[in-house]
Design a protein around this ligand. Structure first.
Ligand code: GAL
Length: 430
């Protein structure tokens, strides 16, 4: 009798547990801006991985717009409405900003358990650890100063990856003569900034880059070197087609994939588009550094912050973080995304040719102290906006001389500093 009673109680407990579990399926919502073909393919790897662990993947988390410009607005609204997602794609110094505003949950316990301090490269730790606390999960490392080229066009015209900027000009002329667009580009400020900072790195080297764009050092910003950077930009401007304004980066990539354009200067999320189109590195496309930047490694890490959540979501957030740091997951995800894993213990044999190069260049740059986080997520957002504006104005309107652009850059940054947060639009070019 007693035994039967216990069994019945157990049965009741079990069924009520199951019905609770049934009523509230584990779910996870991740906000990001990965909507291009390659990006969607990568986020799908994460979705499937979470689903295989019993999670319902909540849709509606992706916001169109390369580089995350739109997401920054949407997330503010979600936070103000007290309906934050469980996790969000967040980069660079925005992590500090969110931490200071008490919006992110602390991942110290998980990081200790999984030994993140040992496996995550130092420069990435500096980004995701705020006041020695782990506040975000780095899922990858993107390198920004690549050139992606259509191999068929290169082979047909007997050209090889240029080693210097003047070689880049020479091959571009050849490409143009043969009827192709040398450079596919989209006129959006964050894309223009990719060309700009590749040029800064190429003309000035990594120490100059840091001085000018990260430390915002006045002498560097006002130098002859900076003038040469804008000269390079002017030359790049002559390599693009006239319909470039507002073109999304992935549509520029499609021009290279479909043999309309020969090259694109862009981060390695471009590789995701090639992979999605069934193309292979060194067979269908080439990947090489923007000439003059060899040996350096400017990077962007896509990191995810877990937003402060009701207690019942904390376990889900931790499962998400554990999944994102998992070695096999990272290999699969980053193959689709175009980036390299954020772990130091990856077997390079598991990577394709471009990723293999990137991974070994990154490790070498770590040794040589030539790996640096890109400026756009490394400086306060006001300064970032000003630099973006000046560069875009110069590049898109194409009516200033390099001297004028240097003057605008300095004037706009100075003006802003003096007026504390107020961005003056009175000067043409800010
Ligand atoms: C970058 C991001 C990449 C890629 C790119 C274009 O900021 O790090 O993952 O998505 O924007 O959308």
């Amino acid at each position: 009798m007693m035994k039967k009673f216990i069994i019945n109680i157990n049965f009741i407990l079990l069924t009520s547990f199951l019905s609770i579990a049934h009523a509230e399926p584990k779910s996870i919502e991740v906000l990001h801006w990965w909507t291009s073909g390659g990006e969607a393919q990568a986020i799908d790897v994460l979705k499937k991985e979470m689903e295989s662990q019993g999670f319902q993947w909540k849709n509606g988390g992706s916001i169109m717009g390369g580089g995350g410009e739109q997401q920054r607005l949407v997330i503010k609204a979600r936070i103000n409405a007290h309906t934050p997602p469980d996790a969000m794609l967040i980069q660079g110094n925005i992590i500090k900003n969110y931490t200071d505003n008490n919006l992110l949950s602390n991942l110290d316990a998980l990081a200790a358990k999984e030994n993140w301090a040992k496996i995550i490269p130092e420069p990435l730790q500096k980004i995701v650890k705020i006041n020695r606390h782990w506040m975000a999960v780095p899922i990858n490392i993107h390198r920004s100063h690549w050139i992606w080229a259509n191999k068929k066009i290169f082979d047909k015209l007997h050209i090889t990856p240029p080693k210097s900027f003047s070689e880049l000009i020479q091959i571009s002329e050849k490409i143009k003569k043969a009827g192709y667009i040398p450079l596919a580009h989209g006129g959006q400020s964050w894309q223009d900034a990719i060309l700009f900072d590749s040029a800064v790195l190429s003309v000035g080297g990594i120490h100059f880059y840091k001085k000018a764009l990260v430390d915002l050092d006045k002498t560097a910003l006002n130098s002859e070197t900076m003038k040469k950077v804008f000269e390079q930009l002017k030359q790049l401007r002559s390599m693009i087609d006239k319909n470039f304004m507002d073109r999304e980066w992935n549509l520029a990539t499609a021009m290279v994939i479909h043999e309309k354009a020969a090259m694109q200067i862009m981060g390695d999320w471009v590789k995701g588009e090639f992979i999605k189109a069934g193309k292979k590195p060194n067979q269908d496309f080439l990947c090489f550094e923007y000439p003059g930047t060899q040996g350096n490694f400017l990077f962007i890490s896509d990191t995810f912050g877990m937003l402060n959540a009701p207690k019942n979501q904390i376990n889900s957030q931790h499962t998400l973080a554990t999944t994102m740091m998992n070695k096999t997951f990272q290999e699969k995800f980053n193959q689709a995304k175009g980036s390299i894993p954020s772990r130091l213990d990856i077997n390079p044999e598991n990577l394709d040719d471009c990723a293999k190069k990137s991974y070994s260049d990154f490790k070498q740059a770590l040794k040589n102290n030539t790996a640096l986080q890109r400026f756009d997520t490394n400086i306060p957002s006001e300064e970032r906006t000003i630099i973006f504006n000046v560069v875009s104005h110069f590049f898109q309107k194409n009516n200033q001389s390099p001297e004028e652009a240097v003057k605008a850059l300095n004037y706009c940054l100075d003006n802003h500093t003096r007026k504390q947060g107020f961005i003056s639009l009175s000067y043409e070019g800010c």
